[in-house]
Design a protein. Structure first.
Length: 274
């Protein structure tokens, strides 16, 4: 697992957007061989979505042959609710780019049979022969998608009960009223994410520092589900300086030394523009 540390939120978001853009451009996706992206919601990826939208507006990248699978959705709130993840993605990304509607995949949090809905989602991912690049965030409790502490590290898409810590954290989007935060969500499993060909996790701010310590410096542990990525063939955690606050100085130095020379954000896109 790689760790890439950027100075602040803006440089982290730029790095992520350029990396994603480069991956799509390099794959040369076509109608019958699209690039398949797994996508997160939350506050962390907003900067990345903004910069990807800028790259689209500048004509650097197109999403015409990109297929997306969002990683999770709340159960029981209307799909046009301001906090539904479908609406979040529409407002913050999809409405501003050229992705065809039929290429966008979501879990339906109002499906009459949630288990069947989760099976359908796994089959839909399989029908594209898996996900090329799964992007994600990390919860303050170390969760990956809504795979809360104690989730099976081989889990597939299913219904999950949200942890108290997650509901408190997400209540900032629900008038700071935890009673308005749904109790359940549909989420891809840790195993679903582990099957992706590549995974990139974004972590921003001091509130993620405790989770990063467990995930990076300790072993694979179901209480910090992002730690499963230690066993992924191609996983990267991208963070800002504040998120490294609980790592040892030696760990941060080590990863910075390993990655610094060849991953300058400005060089990422240059390599495909030429
Ligand atoms: P955040 O959420 O980006 O809003 O911090 C991340 C997550 O819970 O996975």
């Amino acid at each position: 697992m790689r760790l890439i540390v950027q100075k602040d939120y803006e440089t982290m978001s730029t790095w992520a957007a350029y990396y994603v853009a480069r991956a799509i451009i390099k794959a040369e996706p076509k109608q019958n061989s699209p690039f398949v992206l797994g996508l997160p919601t939350g506050s962390t990826p907003l900067g990345m979505y903004r910069i990807l939208t800028d790259l689209y507006n500048q004509g650097v990248i197109s999403f015409r042959h990109v297929v997306t699978f969002n990683m999770d959705e709340y159960v029981g709130i209307p799909s046009d609710h301001p906090q539904s993840y479908r609406r979040f993605m529409q407002d913050n990304f999809f409405s501003s780019i050229d992705i065809p509607k039929e290429n966008i995949n979501f879990l339906d949090g109002n499906a009459p049979d949630p288990d069947e809905e989760c099976r359908r989602y796994e089959q839909a991912i399989d029908s594209y022969e898996g996900i090329d690049l799964f992007l994600g965030g990390i919860g303050t409790d170390g969760h990956l998608a809504f795979n809360e502490p104690g989730s099976s590290l081989t889990s597939r898409t299913r219904v999950k009960t949200l942890a108290e810590e997650t509901r408190v954290s997400n209540s900032r989007f629900f008038d700071h009223d935890i009673s308005k935060v749904p109790q359940y969500a549909l989420t891809v499993g840790v195993g679903t994410i582990m099957d992706a060909r590549e995974v990139l996790i974004l972590a921003y701010g001091h509130s993620k520092a405790r989770a990063l310590k467990h995930v990076i410096e300790e072993g694979v542990n179901h209480m910090w589900t992002v730690s499963a990525l230690q066993q992924h063939r191609r996983a990267t955690i991208l963070c800002d300086e504040d998120a490294t606050d609980e790592l040892t100085v030696g760990t941060v130095k080590y990863f910075k030394q390993m990655e610094a020379p060849n991953l300058d954000p400005d060089k990422l896109l240059d390599s495909v523009r030429r």
